[in-house]
Design a protein around this ligand. Structure first.
Ligand code: ATP
Ligand code: MG
Length: 340
């Protein structure tokens, strides 16, 4: 009886790259929703290490990639993901992703892949050192999602275009072979979908940003968090209100709202007649309070490598088993010769 209800739950899939400690943006835009969806859906969450070698920093620093992977895995458990209830895996330990990724390359148009704004932005930053992998990133991401027949993908707003591409690839594949793959829907939270850089609030906050003052890492100490928020770029109006052209304040209001549950209206009232100094202190304190229990749990988990590796192994085995079914079906439909 219990099994039937489990079967009926919708499938949720999302991944995060081990390109650094997740930021407050990653948390409020994606990870917090991952944790919230844990009970109501069949969730699969991955550490996307295959994606991380698309940029030179991690191609050239294997030890760092390895270290980041374990730390990110521990952090995923620390935010409340339960490896007993959900499948939490490391992408490179599940070979089916790359296998389906290759196949889907052949059902992706060069022109549509060329329109991806993340590629344009990241390749501009990298100058000469642009790999084909960086260009191909969204196709592997489509495979990550489609291999599990995911219904929903909790992501930040920056990944919306990639999700649309995944849907297009899915439709193109199904148009030839019938109803093989499931078209996924994005799950983008109402608040926090785009947390911006503290130093340039017109840009998104990124964990791979060269300037650590631009982001709050989920493992930053409280005094560092306070300092970074105090030095966040705002405006000269000195009035806490959500309005066009006030990107810095809008961002801090969004962060404050996500951490306290207060609406923008309530926040405006709370800080009526008060300056940015008071407001920034309150934002900093709210962020510290939100992250403190996660940081405490993280410290315990990272000290237990054996447990983390056991969870990883189990996660990879389950993810491989489930995704293999889709891969087998796809390979058969495509016409790859199968022996009995
Ligand atoms: P990188 O700079 O290496 O790409 P990133 O910070 O963009 O790092 P990802 O691993 O690419 O992190 O993304 C993980 C998840 O976090 C995705 O769902 C993404 O949409 C979400 N996300 C990333 N940045 C933000 C942000 N500033 N606000 C809200 N969500 C975000
Ligand atoms: Mg990113």
């Amino acid at each position: 009886m219990e099994n039937t209800t489990v079967e009926k739950k919708k499938i949720v899939l999302s991944c995060i790259q081990p390109t650094g400690t997740p930021t407050l943006g990653n948390y409020l835009g994606a990870l917090k929703n991952w944790a919230n969806m844990c009970d109501d859906y069949n969730c699969l969450y991955g550490v996307a290490d295959l994606h991380s070698i698309t940029v030179p920093t991690f191609r050239e620093n294997p030890q760092q990639l390895k270290k980041n992977t374990l730390e990110l895995y521990a952090l995923l458990l620390a935010i409340g993901l339960d490896p007993e209830k959900n499948i939490i895996f490391v992408q490179s330990q599940v070979p089916t992703h790359a296998q389906l990724g290759w196949i889907l390359n052949c059902y992706t148009q060069f022109g549509e892949a060329s329109r991806m704004t993340q590629f344009k932005e990241k390749s501009q930053r990298l100058g000469e050192n642009i790999s084909v992998g960086l260009f191909d990133y969204p196709v592997l991401m489509a495979a990550d999602i489609l291999i599990y027949n995911a219904d929903f993908v909790p992501i930040g707003a920056d990944q919306k275009q990639h999700l649309e591409l995944a849907r297009n690839i899915c439709d193109r594949f199904n148009a030839i072979y019938g109803n093989v793959l499931k078209a996924p829907d994005p799950f983008i939270g109402k608040a926090g979908a785009k947390i911006t850089s503290l130093q340039d609030p017109t840009k998104k906050m990124s964990k791979s940003d060269d300037n650590p003052k631009s982001y709050i890492s989920m493992l930053d100490e409280p005094n560092v968090i306070m300092k970074k928020i105090k030095s966040a770029v705002t405006d000269s109006e000195a009035c806490v209100r959500y309005a066009e052209g006030k990107d810095g304040i809008n961002n801090l209001m969004t962060i404050y709202s996500c951490c306290t549950g207060k609406s923008f209206e309530e926040i405006e009232k709370e800080f009526e007649g008060k300056g940015y100094g008071d407001f920034k202190t309150a934002v900093g304190e709210a962020v510290c309070a939100e992250l403190a229990p996660i940081q405490a749990r993280y410290k315990e988990l990272i000290a237990d490598k054996k447990y983390l590796e056991e969870c990883m192994k189990k996660g990879a085995e389950m993810a491989t088993r489930i995704s293999q079914r889709t891969l087998d079906k796809v390979m058969k439909k495509v016409g790859f010769y199968q022996t009995k």
